[in-house]
Design a binder for this molecule. Sequence first.
Ligand code: ADP
Ligand code: MG
Length: 264
Amino acid sequence: MHSENLPENPRMNQNDKNEKKEFISLQAGPRDHAGEGLRGSLEVIVGSMFSGKTEELIRRLRRSQLARQSVQVFKPRIDVRYARDFVASHNQIFFPSITIEEPAEIFNHLLPQTQVVGIDEGQFFSSDLVRVSEELAARGLRVLVAGLDTDWLGQPFEPMPQLLAVADVIDKPRAVCVVCGSLATRTQKIRIDDEPGANDPVLGGENVRVQVGGRKEYEARCRKHFVARVDAATPDPNDFVSEFLKESPALFKTPQMQNDEASV
Ligand code: ADP
Ligand code: MG
């Protein structure tokens, strides 16, 4: 995708827009031919938030496109975190998608030439996702579904467990625990003291299971550091450094950088 086609990210400020985008590596991975050879298959990618599910989904979709396969991607209406008409990863990798409410809507949008169907945030769909995915695979399509396997209370997040049971290929990427640095399999909900309604279930507070969020609301943790309740956010020393850099950028410029700027 060309960078000029990237959607506006409402959370980005002007400085962020100028930052270099991160790119995904399209090198072959251990799973690349797992479902591709099958005539009709269901591949499921599960894990905690930040584990790289969307990144992996997009990587497989892009490789399918390189193989000249026709691809369509769907996501639930509830997920408008970074972009409305794109599946988006936390590190700003995008792939165009169609927004739907019910899994069966996929059949209304499905083009005759489509060979690969990608679905992100599977946990936000009804249990009909299982029937629809199976039906698509039965029609000979390669179906890729990414989603959270557990919610922020550590409980299985339906319908992902049911989908895992009927999948041909399963992958469970892991994030980094922000407390100890080991591999993280859990999504920790963190307190947002500065936002009104943070503790009000009606306003999307701590008793709500489905709360779409990002880095401000959740963090990745390992089994040892995960607690099945809202917890204080783990301090990030890098946030301090980046804030400080924004305040006093000149302090961090090498003489060469200052010379370069002066000569422009
Ligand atoms: P998911 O779809 O599983 O929520 P994404 O694919 O959207 O994950 O994002 C993965 C990216 O999130 C990583 O490549 C990394 O840049 C970023 N990230 C932020 N916090 C973490 C963390 N604690 N562990 C791993 N990656 C993280
Ligand atoms: Mg994701």
